[in-house]
Design a protein around this ligand. Structure first.
Ligand SMILES: CSC[C@@H](O)[C@@H](O)C(=O)COP(=O)(O)O
Length: 358
């Protein structure tokens, strides 16, 4: 499947640049930015120029390279000392999507395994190779999730609902929650998708409806407040969403508003599927209560696309994510297959098989 845009890529060799499609400008403009400074990578992650858990992970891995590549002719000690400040800066950029910390730690572990007398150049080249491997694996995992998820859809067609954007713009590949849609569409299965607009930053309206439209998949945009009624009126056959962090017991953290969709799905007997790679699972979070929830700038809620939508000083609570309890999740779809009725025992089994826990 050839996508008509590239969410993220590494340009050149060393020195090179992290190229991102600036998602803050979509759908009005398709602008690519080349980042060669660590601060710019951190800023791009924080202001959501790149967003979505796997895409943030890939970007952070390349961000490590951006942060040390000027030391390519320097000593190992110099590169390692710089990594000591670059890695925490990237990890702190956003707290909820665990792929970010997972990717940074994976690159660092690869560098730690190098011999003590490895050159600075070898360290930087190895960091780039590992970041490229993370990106390539993400592409493959998206395809696998697409195949597994598409198998859940009736061949005669389906009407689906999604929240936020867990598509190609949230990964290096064809997405997580949207991957089954792309795969089924390619297989000739007729689909239509309701996209929640996803206040306050409108990832559903600005991004999901843009990328599904470009893929030729019919999409109908609804406001967040409409989803329960749309589900209740019999217009939806299944829900597909992504995740920023899945806890060990199967609780799922995703964009604020996902929990309300899960409750409506359960009330109306509609399957609620969460599609996420194992890199989104966090064995350290025993339940959803352990997951740090990012709180963002109140002005994101006070002002929308039309300018001010609330009095300038009004108090605002702006959590970016919520947690859906495992019992509301019909199945978790990962690159390894479909895990029905997730709970602690089943998720631990999956993590063990996938080499994430001993
Ligand atoms: C495959 S992306 C999964 C999640 O990261 C996605 O659903 C989501 O909530 C993204 O939030 P965002 O704040 O846009 O980064």
């Amino acid at each position: 499947m050839q996508l008509p845009f590239s969410t993220l890529s590494w340009q050149g060799e060393l020195p090179g640049a992290l190229r991102l499609l600036d998602q803050t400008l979509l759908p009005a403009q398709e602008v690519y930015i080349d980042l060669v400074r660590l601060d710019d990578v951190v800023d791009a992650i924080q202001r959501l120029a790149v967003r979505g858990a796997p895409a943030i992970g890939c970007s952070a891995a390349y961000g490590l390279v951006v942060g040390v590549q000027d030391l390519v002719d320097d000593s190992t000690a110099a590169v390692r000392a710089r990594l000591g400040t670059v890695a925490p800066a990237l990890i702190a950029a956003r707290p909820t999507a665990v792929n970010l910390e997972w990717a940074v730690r994976r690159v660092l572990a690869r560098l730690d395994a190098l011999p003590a007398d490895a050159s600075g150049r070898l360290l930087v080249e190895t960091a780039l190779a590992e970041a490229r491997a993370i990106e390539a694996e993400d592409v493959e995992q998206c395809l696998a999730m697409g195949r597994h998820g598409a198998g859940l859809l009736p061949r005669e067609g389906a009407r689906l609902l999604t929240h936020c954007n867990a598509g190609a713009l949230a990964t290096a590949g064809i997405g997580t929650a949207l991957a089954p849609m792309y795969t089924a569409h390619d297989q000739g299965v007729p689909l239509m998708v309701y996209a929640d607009e996803t206040r306050p930053l409108l990832q559903g309206a600005r991004i999901t409806s843009w990328e599904l439209t470009r893929a030729g998949i019919p999409v109908t945009l609804i406001t967040d407040g409409m989803s329960a009624s749309v589900i209740g009126s019999g217009r939806v056959d299944a829900i597909f969403v992504g995740s920023d962090r899945v806890a060990r017991n199967g609780d799922v953290c995703n964009k604020i508003g996902t929990y309300a969709v899960a409750l409506a799905a359960r009330a109306h007997g509609i399957p609620f599927y969460v599609v996420a790679p194992l890199s989104t699972f966090d064995p350290e979070s025993r339940t959803g209560a352990d997951i740090p929830i990012e709180e963002r700038d109140p002005d994101e809620v006070r002002a929308g696309a039309l300018g001010a939508v609330a009095p300038s000083g009004v108090a605002v609570y702006n959590p970016a994510f919520d947690v859906t309890p495992a019992e509301l999740v019909t199945a978790l779809v990962t690159e390894r297959g479909v895990l029905e009725r997730p709970n602690l025992e089943r998720v631990e089994g999956l993590l063990r098989e996938g080499g994430r826990i001993a």
